[in-house]
Each structure stands twice: as C-alpha cells, then as structure tokens.
Design a protein around this ligand. Structure first.
Ligand code: PMP
Length: 362
C-alpha cells in the first residue's frame, strides 16, 4: 500500500476537491458575489485602519468587539450572543464536529437540493446525511420531512432560508413546525446566507425555540473575500460549539475589516436593495423569453429552467459568460442554470448573450 492509501481515508481519496472554475476574463455570475467593490472613500479608510492592526499579535480569542458590533447591527435578539467562523463554511464544520457523537451514529437532515457543504461536512465528521427531496415547486415536503425526523432522529436539520440553489424562501409555518417536531432531539439551523436579499429571518424566533440556531455570513453582502460567518443560538449551545472552534479562527484583518464595514452597513444595504431591484428586472426579462422559466427568487441569484440548458451553458462559456450549471446536482434541477445578479451593466450584457444563445439552434 502507498503512503496515501495507508494514511488517507478511502472516502476522502475517492472525492474530488471542491471545484472552482477559472474565471479570469469572464463575466462572472456564478458565485453569488456582490458585484461592487467598496466605495473609494471606504477603501482608503479601511486601508488606513488595517495598516494599524497589530499583525504580530494573535487575535483576542473572544472577539468581543466584533461580536458586539454584529449583535448591535445585524438583528441579534437582546441577550443572545454569536459564534464567529472563517466563513459560514467553518461554522458548519464546527457544528458537525461538535455533534458527531460516536456512541451512536449521529445524523444530519436537509431538504434537497441544498447547499453541498451540509452533506460534505457531515460525511467528514463521520455523520450520516439524510436528504429529503423538496416538492417540484421547491417547497418543503412536510409529510416526508416529518417522516424522516421520526425515522432518523437527526441531530441537525439544515434549512437554508432562502435556499441555495433554488432561491426560494420556505414557508415560515412549515419551518416552525419542523423546529417544533425536533424540539427535544435535534438542532435546526436556519442558514440565512442570502438574508440581505430576502429581508426575512428566523432570528426573532430564537428566544422561543432553544433548538434553533441562525447562521449568516457577510459574504453575499459584499465581503466574500474577507471570510466571516456568524451564528446565534442559546448560550448553552454556543458554549459547546466554542469548545470546538479553533482558538484564533478569525484573523485580525478580518476582525478589523468587518467591524469597520458594519459601521457603514447602510452602504451594503443600499447595494442589496439595488440587487433586489435588478433581480426583479432580470427575472421579468428572462420570463419573457420563449421556453425560459425564471423561478421566483428571494436571493441574489435566479434559477432558470429551459430546454437544452447544457448547450446554452456551453455557448455562454464560449462568449466568456460564466454562470452555474446545476442541472446534474439533483433530478429536480434538470435543465436548470443559476445566474448571480450583477451590476445593471453586467446584467444587460448577460441578457444580450443569453438571448442570443437561447435563440441559436443547437
Ligand atoms: N450557506 C449557503 C446557503 C451558501 O450558499 C453558502 C455559500 N455559497 C454558504 C453558506 C457559505 O458561505 P461563506 O462560507 O462564504 O460564509
């Protein structure tokens, strides 16, 4: 046996690494990024601020200032705290590690299609992942969800609100019913990565449900490169998750940059409002194309269904337009493409290319 075969887990060896396509020179509408850079004045102020950060020191591990800013600015209920992570990806990994008990094989449940990291992180931590298909209209299949909860007694249920890659918000009453159904046996994580575009949140329900956690990120707001996620839940849960968190997981530059950015939250909120307006415009324009169905979205992307999605995706690539082909992710997504909302100019360029690609015979 080779060294790799001897030391690396077989399920890891069999995996492909998370694939990020080359995007240099492309109109990049594949990763739900905010298309605008920081305004110039903010770039200068941020640069000045970051130049004074003590890079020779470790971060203060309780991240007091950053957490206070998050609580103050981002709608965390009074009396509730947050845990911070290197992106919400790391928070998912932290929760998995904390919940992967070995005395009985713990399970993770999520409706599918969903964000891929829920299943991947469960697997890496040694938990079983149970996926329950959404209904064809992408709403929760409540009967199937209740049955899965009854049969599998999952430790964690992820509900992305809005969901990725479908873009819709699940019904609040359905979510509350599932939280209720798992009250004494499992944690429900409302993953609100796209909250700035949905303006809906489960945050107000935290005090009512001790088995609810609300996870968010600053990525989609406009700081994807900074890598900061946060999650609010009861202090009891946060205390346990904090034991698993690497002590200096958020670096001092991220801490300082986000603390500064949240003092200017209105700038990001205005950008989110512009993206919401662009989303409605783009959605209407796509729906006006014959054979193209843009699904209702509360996020900064739109899922479209069309014939020959693979061919259209390839033609767009040839025109240097990069979106995401999600058709192979799940049977419900057959012939679906996901388009991130860009600046008005980017959206105009995209529409022009998309129209041309859809009109061309295959
Ligand atoms: N949750 C959902 C639903 C996502 O779509 C993403 C990123 N695409 C994340 C979490 C991770 O975000 P980040 O690690 O950038 O905070």
């Amino acid at each position: 046996m080779s060294l790799i075969e001897t030391i690396i887990r077989s399920d890891v060896r069999e995996r492909e690494a998370y694939h990020v396509p080359e995007s240099g020179g492309y109109l990049k509408l594949d990763a739900m990024e905010n298309p605008w850079p920081l305004p110039e004045v903010m770039q200068q102020q941020m640069g000045d601020r970051l130049s004074h950060v003590a890079l020779n020191r470790y971060p203060i591990p309780n991240y007091m200032e950053l957490k206070a800013k998050i609580r103050e600015k981002l709608g965390v209920p009074p009396g509730y705290d947050v845990i911070v992570g290197n992106g919400s990806d790391e928070l998912i990994a932290i929760v998995s590690t904390a919940c992967a008990r070995q005395d009985r094989r713990a399970k993770v449940l999520a409706p599918l299609p969903a964000f891929v990291m829920y299943a991947q992180s469960a697997q890496f931590a040694g938990m079983d992942f149970v996926g329950v298909p959404l209904k064809p209209d992408f709403s929760l299949d409540m009967e199937a969800m209740r049955e899965a909860i009854r049969v599998h007694q999952p430790s964690i249920l992820y509900l992305a609100y809005p969901n990725n890659p479908t873009g819709n918000l699940f019904d609040t009453e359905d979510m509350l019913a599932l939280i209720e159904a798992m009250k004494d046996t499992g944690l429900v994580i409302s993953d609100e990565a796209y909250q700035p575009f949905a303006q809906a949140s489960m945050m107000p329900y935290l005090p009512r449900y001790p088995n609810l956690a609300v996870m968010r990120t600053v990525s989609k707001l406009g700081l994807a490169g900074v890598r900061l996620g946060y999650m609010s839940a009861s202090q009891e849960l946060l205390t346990e998750f904090d034991k698993v968190r690497p002590p200096y997981n958020v670096n001092v530059l991220t801490e300082s940059a986000v603390t500064y950015a949240l003092d200017h939250l209105e700038v990001f909120n205005e950008q989110a409002a512009m993206l919401r307006a662009e989303r409605e415009m783009l959605s209407a324009a796509l729906n006006a194309l014959p054979g193209v169905q843009a699904l209702p979205s509360s996020a900064n992307f739109i899922l479209v269904r069309l014939e020959n999605a693979d061919a259209v995706f390839e033609k767009l690539l040839a025109r240097k337009v990069l979106i995401k082909n999600v058709g192979k992710m799940h049977p419900l997504l057959e012939n679906c493409l996901r388009i991130t909302i860009g600046t008005p100019e980017e959206n105009r360029q995209f529409l022009e290319s998309f129209r041309a690609c859809v009109a061309q015979p295959v």
